[in-house]
Design a protein around this ligand. Structure first.
Ligand SMILES: C[S@@+](CC[C@H](N)C(=O)[O-])C[C@H]1O[C@@H](n2cnc3c(N)ncnc32)[C@H](O)[C@@H]1O
Length: 235
């Protein structure tokens, strides 16, 4: 399948669930998604970044969490899905006005920004959907300023024990069922757990980060290892 066809499929899927995405996100994560985003934003460097890219921004919750704490002069929300971005735009402009935030529909693998545009790039639960993670990380490295920071939140799998079993049951049975029933898209909520398990098995991010010339700063498991926070820097 060509990369543009895959991008079309992914964006069509997120377009379909955009209207229910926030509600489902909060329900299916038991409200923990707020905590994960706050933990990610605490990793934003000091002094506070003035230029930030929220990549795979979706409905803008990473940006909203950032804006509670920082006031960058330029914030760009970028995403493949126009419907997800449209929702994000409504939420952000309602609370913070339409001055400092731009909304750009694009693919992570081909960012339409010049070199060294941003001091910080953050990606919340987007990487596992990228069609080409190494290419996306090359693009992130290109648009980051020197000493700029990359912050990634992504799902992971608890390794062993009863909790790991329980989590698999939740992922394979409960999440597709409730996600499908509430959103009306069983396809999207079958895709979600399978993409999470595949991504956790292959764990492609650390090597892609290093191959792009970024330096790993930290990886931190959150909520019993169900989410991994990764921080890297442009040397
Ligand atoms: C699970 S949502 C995450 C949204 C938001 N960052 C959050 O924290 O809730 C994943 C988003 O990644 C976007 N996405 C998937 N593949 C992408 C790509 N190659 N380039 C840009 N955005 C992409 C989807 O359109 C979707 O909005």
């Amino acid at each position: 399948m060509s990369s543009s066809t895959q991008h079309e499929e992914i964006s069509a899927m997120f377009d379909t669930i955009a209207h229910q995405y926030d509600v489902l996100n909060h329900i299916l994560s038991l409200g923990l998604d707020y905590r994960w985003r706050r933990a990610a934003i605490r990793q934003v460097m000091t002094p506070a970044p003035q230029t930030v890219l929220d990549l795979a921004a979706g409905t803008g919750d990473m940006s909203l969490t950032l804006l509670k704490r920082y006031k960058p002069t330029k914030l760009v929300c970028a995403d493949l899905s126009t419907e997800m971005l449209e929702r994000g735009k409504k939420k952000i402009t309602k609370r913070y006005g339409d001055k400092q935030t731009e909304f750009v529909q694009c693919a992570a693998e081909a960012l339409p920004f010049p070199e060294a545009t941003f001091q910080c790039v953050m990606i919340g639960f987007g990487v596992r959907n990228f069609q080409n993670i190494p290419q996306a990380m090359n693009e992130v490295a290109r648009v980051l300023e020197e000493k700029g920071r990359l912050i990634v939140l992504e799902f992971s799998m608890p390794k062993r024990g009863f909790f790991a079993l329980l989590y698999k049951f939740y992922l394979r049975i409960l999440l597709p069922l409730f996600g499908g029933l509430i959103s009306g898209s069983f396809k999207a909520y079958r895709y979600l757990p399978s993409s999470m398990e595949r991504y956790a098995r292959e764990s492609p991010l650390p090597s892609a980060i290093c191959a792009a010339g970024l330096r790993m700063v930290e990886t931190k498991p959150l909520s019993g290892g169900t989410v991994l926070l990764t921080v890297a820097e442009k040397a």
